[in-house]
Write a protein that binds this ligand. Sequence first.
Ligand SMILES: *Cc1c(COP(=O)(O)O)cnc(C)c1O
Length: 420
Amino acid sequence: MTTREDCLLRDAADPLAPLRDQFELPPGVIYLDGNSLGPLPRATPDRIAAVIRGEWGTDLIKSWNSAGWIDLPADVGDQIAPLVGAGAGELIAADSTSVNLFKVLAAALRIVGEDDPARCEIVSERDNFPTDLYIVQGLSELLGGRYTLRLVESADEIPAALGPKTAVLMLTQVNYRTGALHDMAALSAAAHAAGALTVWDLAHSAGALPVALNDDGADFAIGCGYKYLNGGPGAPAFVWVAPRHVSRFRQPLSGWMGHARPFDFVPGYEAGEGVARYLCGTPSVLAMSALECGVETLLAAEPYGGMAALRAKSLALTELFIERVEARCAGQGLTLVTPREAARRGSQVSFAFDSAWPVCQALIARGVIGDFRAPDILRFGFAPLYIRFTDVWDAAEALAAVLETGEWLEARFAERSAVT
Ligand SMILES: *Cc1c(COP(=O)(O)O)cnc(C)c1O
């Protein structure tokens, strides 16, 4: 691919191209941040308006039954399930990623502890998303400091860190900063060989690439609704538990929605069947409705080859971006931190650069929205549902222009916002 004309031809020949029309994308913007907040699906505003005016406004509380509000966590979960290699009835939408992580970690520790109480380590990566590490710290403290977090510096060190002390291997499948993709099958097998269980965070993989939870032997998984699933800001997250574990422990956030019969209003807790016991309180109906629209944008890819076809396009987009940035920004001080090998890469490309924050702001001013991750990462997400090959070309040209002109040095790009 050597010219912009080639990119235009490639877009014209792309069988997935019509899927872009499912989104409201503002004109003049190249949106490379769908890995942080997916864009607005066209269907969402009308769906939310119908839920508000019709279901809430007109049918009032009857809608818990008549509109199926009470079934939304299971129904939306069943829609997400095939995207991540889970079966029907194995996954629910609920709460936030952080909260769901607390539930599954507690369950995993309890299951491992019943078989072998001496296991006291949770193995993860220092570079894992901080909330994941913080949740371990909070849970461990609650459990009397019985568990310690053992952090490896790089993925290659994981197998050697697993042993008779390991309770849980907790990993994010695609690293939020570098975009490096773990081998879920190999690492799950290594954890099991060591007698441990696995907890996978799919925040940067669900909806970005095919995930095979059952086939790869995962034990527990959680994921995010507002990134590649396009569920809207703060969308509900999801939880999956391998069927072999789901009835073994009830998870500690034993709210009434996870009860076997919530509307019996009895004082004693009795865990519900299957993954329903991973619910806690009342679902956010408006947010669930928006998440449903978001998930539908991915299910719409089924006739075009589904997640496998999206993955092929995603890799072509990220490969082109690496090629173009390296061709156009050579000598400017950018260092690629994303694996070059396709099989080891998620759906994003990240470069380290000393002044990444102002460069990111200067790019946004040019209409190319990526993001900055402390301390020095420029991160660009390529969601194959709506990113075009010409967008990749133009984004690389914009980055080259920002660096060549030195416009990122302007004072207006230096000020740091609360959210990065
Ligand atoms: C985005 C992200 C989260 C977000 O957690 P919230 O509870 O939704 O704030 C968690 N883990 C990872 C790896 C993420 O990338």
